[in-house]
Design a binder for this molecule. Structure first.
Ligand SMILES: [Zn+2]
Length: 381
């Protein structure tokens, strides 16, 4: 396939150039041209060509939660995400009993990736978190870090666990960071850690922050907390929920000027209600009420979003004033880097899997391709 006449995303901005795909992989002009007689030409005149997005932190959509632990749930999730231009996914669990997490990991490892978005990781959000900043996590199943349990989950997942959230203010959890840092990305989150403790956690090997500003010690002038430590630890990536509910737009702009576009990972943190109408849904056994863009527990706690990652990109560009190329970088390039899959995904470079999306000037979807194959779109939720 040759993609012609499009405005192509690169890390230096958009460029007018052609892209070549051979056997589902971006290739050089010469190798694609060898079979030119049958070459399919995709005319992208007037369209942006961007890498498919990667959501590394979301829980579900279309009435299905990843934590249901069923193939049916993963299939529905993968299909919906693909229809929206999110072509690689690393869905998140919630705080649950250990055997239930094992079961979810097992099912995800068995998932064959035949249709829709490519499942390329599992994000364990819980149970090694702090009750003080539990947010919508179920306190009944919170516990201190346990290496044996983590290793059992990773075994069930056949190594698919790519990210784990940790509250580092407990000695067991701090020790755990040192033990697992080489096998999984360790993220500080749902944590009340002060600046000094968070700095120690980064020194111990944490390199990521779970939904920055949400579920953590705040950035205060004498107590800079996890956000301040994340700034001082220059290698740490920080997740931002871009749904227009979790973070004030001024705080998103502030985050971009503090942390810079290289370190921000846009996430949706979306729940099973995403893509569905208002009503009552579930999150880790707790009831969540959805009205418009807001999803809350009975006590009013915000419980994740109902916005997919492509809509988060649109929100950042249209409502927050973030340049399109920056928003794409934070929703495609950085998430792939943060979970170690950038060698295969996250850009339109030669040698990468040909996952890409066509957007018009108003950021409407005009085509989603996974491994070079066109997916069925769904334009409105
Ligand atoms: Zn969370």
């Amino acid at each position: 396939m040759i993609i012609k006449n499009g405005l192509v995303f690169t890390e230096n901005g958009f460029e007018s150039k052609e892209l070549y795909i051979k056997d589902g992989i971006f290739s050089t002009e010469t190798s694609a041209n060898q079979s030119q007689i049958t070459e399919e030409i995709l005319d992208a005149t007037g369209l942006y060509v961007i890498p498919g997005l990667t959501d590394i932190h979301f829980h579900g959509c279309m009435g299905q939660d990843f934590s249901n632990g069923s193939l049916e749930a993963i299939e529905a999730i993968a299909k919906y995400q693909a229809s929206q231009g999110i072509t690689t996914i690393c869905p998140a669990t919630v705080t649950l009993p250990a055997d239930q997490i094992s079961q979810i990991c097992e099912v995800a490892a068995d998932y064959a990736n035949q249709h829709g978005s490519i499942l390329c990781g599992i994000n364990l959000e819980g149970p090694f978190l702090s009750a003080k900043k539990k947010g919508a996590q179920n306190e009944a199943f919170l516990q201190r870090a346990d290496l044996d349990k983590f290793q059992a989950w990773q075994k069930s997942a056949k190594g698919l666990v790519k990210l784990i959230s940790i509250a580092p203010e407990f000695p067991e959890n701090m020790a755990f960071i040192r033990e697992v840092k080489d096998s999984v990305t360790v993220s500080l989150g749902h944590s009340n850690a002060d600046y000094e403790t968070a700095m120690k956690a980064f020194e111990a090997g944490a390199s990521h922050v779970t939904h920055l500003f949400n579920g953590m010690s705040p950035l205060a002038h004498r107590n800079p907390g996890v956000p301040g430590a994340a700034y001082d630890c220059q290698h740490a990536m920080v997740e931002l929920i871009g749904d227009g509910v979790h973070i004030h737009p001024a705080m998103i702009r502030t985050a971009f000027s503090i942390y810079g576009a290289d370190r921000i990972v846009l996430i949706s943190d979306s729940l099973e209600a995403t893509g569905m109408s208002d009503g009552t849904y579930q999150l880790g056994g707790q009831e969540v009420t959805v009205k418009g863009n807001l999803a809350t527990l009975g006590d009013g706690t915000i419980a994740g979003s109902v916005t997919n990652l492509m809509d988060c990109v649109r929100y950042l560009v249209k409502e927050v004033g973030i340049p399109l190329e920056t928003a794409i970088k934070c929703a495609a390039v950085n998430p792939a880097k943060s979970i170690g899959i950038y060698d295969k995904y996250g850009s339109l470079d030669v040698g990468k899997v040909a996952n890409f999306v066509l957007l018009d000037k108003d950021l409407n979807l005009k085509g989603v391709y996974i491994c070079g194959k066109k997916q069925t779109q769904k334009n409105k939720k």
